[in-house]
Design a protein around this ligand. Sequence first.
Ligand code: HEC
Length: 130
Amino acid sequence: MNKTILSVLPVVALAAAVLVPAARSGAQTAPSAADGMRLYQAKCGGCHSIAANKVGPAHKGVFGRKAGMAPGYNYSPALRAANITWNATTIDQWLQGPQKMVKGTRMFLSVPNPAERAAIIAYLRSDAAK
Ligand code: HEC
């Protein structure tokens, strides 16, 4: 019996050595809502929160909603008139340059890094922001 265990052990060890790094690198490339939450707090939190209007509108339920619809927020005429529904594609475009997407909007910040945009979008569509 000991012989069987000893002969299987190296195989198990090898499999673990191969599989664990693969799983780790997968976790790094897939956008994670947890990373997105940290990025959101760092980059967006000065002007936005999920629950409350600040300098920018509250983001509760923003994913899937039309632009300019956060209750009680005073939007620019440009964003209010923009016929955009926020989803992964439109938020990605928005974060590459709000002014390019909606001329006259009052949001200026852009996020040039695609992985950071993907993580922030994953957070905005997660349960935490619904
Ligand atoms: C310096 C302040 C500021 C920062 C930082 C900022 N925003 Fe904004 N954001 C605004 C303002 C102001 C508006 C409203 C623009 C308007 O009315 O034209 C807005 C609007 C938006 C909207 C449209 C919401 C709606 O209800 O239509 C989204 C989505 C958004 N921001 C996402 C983000 C994300 C994600 C980040 C972080 C990467 C971010 N913003 C960072 C100020 C900011």
